[in-house]
Ligand binder design. Structure first.
Ligand code: NOJ
Ligand code: CA
Length: 606
């Protein structure tokens, strides 16, 4: 095995050179970072040197930590905050600007923590509030901000409000914070509406009255353990505003807003129209949502240090999507349109174009997301015949070529890192992990059970990370752990551990590290304009400023590169001036040879 910093035959000289250069710069920057204060009203950016005069979130690289599966410090098989704290240097070396933590609050874990019982306390399996505060401060010392996950659409059925609502009975004020309704049909035995749950099936569950008789139904767009809140109720608004302040006071630099387009419902509870007009759906994307986010923006803007609101907004209509990003609403939102596209140049380009066109008028930066804790890992998805993503199409046993998928995932990593705006990386994608076929008796994700066992669910992308060693738990849990990792890791991950990849200059991990270092150093990258270069239709070629070109080859043949450009980074070996299929290269164009009118990629015969 090559030694750390060594080379193997696959690695061109320029990779090693680039890494050394930027590592030195980074080290200088991190040594000047000041300690953050340990009191409330913490700043979210203590000592992080600004890289430019724009807010940090406009081009940040944000790493998603799914705490349960990141690193387990106490050996109970469940990831925890102590595990994250121990691995912060890994995230600094990767080169991320912020961490988004999926919910770490007290939760019965009916939906992986998105069923919150107490928004102000950490689940004991993960640690304590004091530890979360310490983690936020320690990350800041390494130049990394923290984004917490706020779940405003629903609570856990163990949340005190819902417990009180059930106990108080029909017609009580406690029930007004939720959506309790009488059933339809004889004896109210049918659900109040014909709506469909986001997790399939019926989004209503019938309660039993205190006298033991069947009672009203309550609405839950996800599982029955996640009752939906009534955002018409002043308590619901006030409580969430207080929760935002609670986390901003503790130094959170931002919040990711779960199911952000679902909070508001039509209280008349009409059926979903055949073809709803914009804003006319009883559950999705209702206009009143925007007032809520304007309030939240005022709160965020009241704190120093550029606090950011990130929306989880799944909407097919890009113009409706962009309305959430108006200057007095959310700062950014996940770009799921891009994430769900297949590995197809025309489709990807169309998505990039429509994204940029929708974000421009509201002056919001785009976000680029290849995956998250809900969707199939890119290495697996891009290795399938159908490389697009849709929840409804997830099935067991789809044939997959992970060698092809990994090659494309490398190319996609460079493509997305070069696009204008901010970038999200889901834990383990930097290791090139594949989606795991989780054994049936281990699956916990409710999407699996609610589909009648047809959908494998989302646990395949939530398997605990492999850090080091030849066999499970691959350093996820320490030696002498008292329990196995909560989902079993496949044996072939021995090849993919972080420590193994660190010593392989051609690894996915080192590709990500190089890409993020270059992205940080290149003035043309991050926020700013993109200029498409004329190219054959299966090639995505664009310039970012005068000094940077990215070319992705989605065709089935090697494509010639522009002459005289210096290669900054490539996802696969470039030989004899040709970029192979399913690869991306970053180039520094030759300034002595202006690309105009040759601002074209060879092979463009149009
Ligand atoms: C979106 C989250 O990402 C997902 O994991 C969760 O199941 C739903 N929202 C419901 O909270
Ligand atoms: Ca643990």
């Amino acid at each position: 095995m090559p030694t750390r910093g060594g080379r193997d035959r696959r690695t061109p000289d320029w990779i090693a050179q680039t890494r050394t250069d930027v590592t030195e710069r980074e080290l200088t920057a991190t040594t000047t970072i000041a300690r953050s204060p340990s009191v409330l009203q913490r700043p979210s950016d203590a000592g992080i040197p600004p890289r430019h005069d724009r807010p940090w979130w406009r081009d940040a690289v944000i790493y998603e930590v799914y705490v349960r599966s990141f690193a387990d410090a106490n050996g109970d098989g469940i990831g925890d905050l102590a595990g994250v704290r121990a691995r912060l240097p890994y995230l600094r070396d990767l080169g991320v600007d912020a961490i988004w933590f999926t919910p770490w609050y007290v939760s019965p874990m009916a939906d992986g923590g998105y069923d919150v019982a107490d928004y102000r306390a950490i689940d004991p399996a993960f640690g304590s509030l004091a530890e979360a505060e310490q983690l936020i401060a320690e990350a800041l010392e390494l130049g990394i901000r923290t984004i917490v996950d706020i779940v405003p659409n629903h609570v856990s059925d163990r949340h005190p409000w819902f417990v009180a609502a059930l106990a108080a009975g029909p017609g009580s004020p406690e029930r007004d914070r939720f959506w309790f309704r009488p059933g339809s049909g004889p004896d109210g035995s049918e659900p109040p509406t014909g709506w469909v749950s986001e997790f399939r099936g019926i989004p209503w569950t019938r309660t039993t009255d205190p006298d033991g008789r069947p009672g009203d139904w309550y609405l839950h767009l996800f599982t029955a353990e996640q009752p939906d809140l009534n955002w018409e109720h002043p308590d619901v608004r006030a409580e969430h505003e207080a929760i935002l302040r609670f986390w901003f006071d503790r130094g959170a630099a931002g919040v990711r807003i779960d199911s952000a387009a679902l909070l508001v419902k039509d209280p008349g509870m009409p059926e979903v129209p055949e073809d709803p007009a914009p804003g006319g759906h009883p559950i999705h994307d209702r206009d009143a949502l925007h007032d809520i986010y304007r309030e939240w923006r005022t709160i965020a803007d009241g704190y120093p240090g550029d606090r950011v609101l990130v929306g989880e907004v799944w909407l097919a209509d890009v113009d409706r999507f962009a309305r959430y990003l108006r200057p007095d609403e959310l700062h950014t939102a996940f770009n799921f349109d891009f994430m769900t596209q297949p590995w197809d140049a025309r489709r990807l380009r169309a998505s990039i174009d429509s994204t940029l066109a929708a974000h421009g008028p509201v002056d919001a930066p785009a976000t680029w997301v290849l995956s998250n804790h809900d969707v199939t890992r890119p290495v697996t998805r891009y290795g399938r015949q159908d490389s697009s993503f849709a929840f409804a199409r997830k099935r067991f046993g789809a044939p997959t070529d992970t060698t092809l998928g990994r090659r494309r995932a490398r190319a996609a990593a460079l493509l997305t890192a070069a696009l204008p705006g901010s970038l999200y990386i889901y834990q383990g994608d930097e290791l090139g992990l594949d989606e795991v076929d989780v054994p049936l008796d281990e699956i916990q994700d409710p999407m699996h059970a609610r589909s009648g066992g047809v959908d494998p669910g989302r646990d395949g992308c939530r398997v605990p990370l492999p850090w080091t060693g030849p066999s499970a738990p691959f350093g996820f849990s320490p030696r002498g752990a008292t329990a196995d990792a909560w989902l079993s890791q496949p044996a072939h991950w021995a090849e993919l551990t972080a420590s193994r990849q660190e010593s392989d200059p051609g690894s996915m991990l080192n590709l990500y590290r190089s890409a993020l270092r270059i992205r940080r150093a290149e003035p043309g990258l991050g926020d700013g304009p993109l200029e498409w270069l004329a190219s054959p239709p299966d090639i995505l070629a664009f310039a970012r400023g005068k000094d940077f070109i990215s070319i992705t080859n989605l065709s089935s043949a090697a494509t010639p590169l522009p002459p005289n450009g210096a290669i900054l980074l490539a996802s696969a070996e470039v030989s004899e001036g040709h970029l192979p299929p399913d690869a991306t290269v970053w180039l520094r164009p030759d300034r002595d040879e202006p690309t105009d009118p040759a601002r074209r990629v060879p092979g463009d015969d149009r």
